[in-house]
Design a protein around this ligand. Structure first.
Ligand code: ADP
Ligand code: MG
Length: 265
């Protein structure tokens, strides 16, 4: 016999966090964009971040893969722990170059605007980071790249250049590129916001498949139905603070964010 308390504790104990952010603070000049954000994404789960434009969602994701450096706070990614602070000169400290390289291999991001390299073919885009960051041989990177292009349904376009692809196709290549690093955590920043409406579902379908496979993902999206359907955890960010978090159902019903998730209701 196990008590309900034991049962409720067990998943957390058995599921280590892929990433833990503790009290992250990020400022741009006088503007404090993240005001002490704490967040944990358990391995094999999906967390979605929702919130109004300007609430700090992209900044939070960019801090998670160190495209931005938090001013303060702690970040633990896989088995790597970093404490950010400012030294007396005001410089942000807490990360050396080797750590940055290691973390970049563990956390990859899919951007709203795809950000494919226009001068590289589809396959060239996908193998670049595995070769440069993970130092894989070209042959191994190609094998990996072909595998993930197949996974997103873009294998037949491997020699095409981004300019000749639709937005949805470009975004699927960007997802393959992120997967080819075999990261511990995948970040998506509004991956369908730049797409024509008829292209949204092909990208959401790929992301849903990754969720079903048990990939660990942190997703910023305005697709509320989708977020509700795929997420284990939903986080509502309001002016740089987490105003509500929990299961999608909890957050959708929370009076603090009901106006946001269902404005027309
Ligand atoms: P969201 O993704 O939720 O729309 P962002 O994280 O992009 O929000 O932005 C949060 C706030 O930080 C906004 O007020 C934005 O103008 C500001 N901001 C974002 N990036 C920068 C930057 N590089 N320099 C100065 N201000 C920035
Ligand atoms: Mg944003």
């Amino acid at each position: 016999m196990t008590s309900s308390l034991e049962r409720s504790l067990r998943p957390q104990a058995a599921t280590p966090a892929a990433v833990v952010a503790d009290h992250l603070i990020k400022r741009y000049g006088d503007l404090e964009v993240l005001k002490g954000v704490s967040l944990s994404v358990p391995e094999g789960t999906v967390t979605s971040i929702i919130g109004a434009s300007g609430s700090g969602k992209s900044t939070l994701l960019r801090c998670m893969n160190l495209l931005e450096r938090p001013d303060r706070g702690d970040l633990a990614i896989a088995d790597e722990a970093i404490r950010f602070a400012r030294n007396p000169q005001g410089d942000i400290i807490g990360l050396d170059r080797r750590q940055l390289q290691r973390l970049r291999a563990k956390v990859t991001m899919v951007f709203q605007q795809f950000n494919l390299w226009p001068h590289l073919s589809v396959l060239g885009n996908v193998i670049e980071a595995p070769m440069r960051v993970k130092r894989l041989s070209r042959r191994r990177a190609i094998a990996l790249g072909e595998h993930y292009l197949e996974r997103v349904g873009m294998a037949d376009k491997r020699d095409a250049y981004p300019a000749f692809l639709s937005g949805g196709q470009q975004q699927r290549v960007a997802i393959a590129r992120a997967l080819a690093m075999e990261p511990r955590l995948l970040l998506f920043d509004e991956p369908t916001s730049a797409l024509d409406p008829e292209r949204v579902n092909e990208v959401l379908g790929v992301i849903r498949g990754l969720a079903d496979e048990g990939r660990t993902m942190l997703l910023v999206t305005h697709e509320m139905h989708f977020a509700r359907e795929v997420s284990d955890q939903l986080v509502y960010l309001d002016q740089g603070r987490i105003a509500a978090s929990g299961t999608p159902q909890d957050v959708f019903e929370d009076p603090r964010c009901r106006h946001f998730v269902a404005p027309a209701a």
